[in-house]
Design a protein around this ligand. Structure first.
Ligand code: HEC
Length: 224
């Protein structure tokens, strides 16, 4: 955490993930968020849910204080609000920068990005309104392959990700940036689906109306 300011976004995501994997590191991360050094938005929706329901009451109440204000509002309201933004004049170049900032860690488009979620080339044929819905309401229909799982290990670590591969003896979890964790089945204490897509809900907290309009202009024009 000491080097936070000098780290790139992918590295920051990994730092936060590493802090949340072990219960004894959570307090230090909360201290940094409370001090305003780290934005709460670095904590994924699934992780926030786990923290808000944590066994430890101190962690639960600190999580409530830190994250409750960011509660996700009803999807239909958000979609209606953003639909009007789509009338704005757009700029593909700005849209590309939004893609690089918020999407590339999980989606491939052209020759950039990671293949954690579907390649977005296929969505170029969809209407902007459909893509807007996919972005703002990812849990409307979740395909089983992209369900996020929470895996608690016997040694106390808690990992999250989609199941990228499984064999008789182990399971591979994949998350943002294409990072994978291979765990032995015999080391798993508990494993359950979060019931949600790995695609994060609440992206409107990170993307303004203008940025969304630019992003859609970029997506429907392809990576040409
Ligand atoms: C943490 C990883 C992650 C991030 C970040 C992310 N996505 Fe996704 N996205 C996914 C996954 C996984 C799916 C598949 C969801 C499903 O089918 O349940 C998906 C699905 C989609 C779909 C539907 C595609 C299809 O073929 O059905 C679109 C469109 C999309 N994402 C766009 C975006 C955009 C634009 C951004 C950035 C603003 C973004 N996503 C950020 C993981 C992510």
């Amino acid at each position: 955490l000491g080097r936070w300011d000098t780290c790139t976004p992918p590295l920051r995501t990994e730092i936060v993930e590493a802090m949340l994997t072990r219960p004894d590191r959570i307090a230090a991360l909360f201290d940094a968020i409370e001090a305003g050094r780290i934005a709460p938005s670095y904590v994924s929706a699934t992780r926030k849910g786990l923290l808000l329901r944590h066994d430890n009451p101190t962690i639960r109440s600190r999580a409530a204080a830190l994250f409750q204000s960011e509660a996700v509002s009803p999807r239909n309201e958000v979609i209606t609000r953003y639909r009007s933004a789509l009338e704005l004049p757009t700029d593909r170049g700005r849209g590309q920068r939004v893609f690089e900032r918020e999407c590339k860690s999980c989606h491939r488009l052209g020759d950039q990005g990671s293949e954690v979620g579907p390649d977005l080339a296929a969505s170029l044929h969809h209407a902007p309104d459909q893509i807007l819905m996919n972005i703002l309401d990812p849990n409307r229909e979740v395909s089983p392959n992209y369900l996020e799982y929470v895996v608690a290990l016997e040694d106390g670590r808690v990992l999250t990700g989609v199941i990228a591969n499984e064999t008789a003896t182990n399971i591979t979890l994949r998350r943002a940036e294409g990072v994978q964790d291979v765990v032995l089945r015999k080391d798993i204490a508990d494993m359950r689906s979060s019931g949600k897509s790995l695609m994060p809900e609440g992206l409107e907290n990170k993307i303004t109306g203008q940025e969304m309009a630019d992003l859609l202009a970029f997506l429907v024009s392809g990576s040409r």
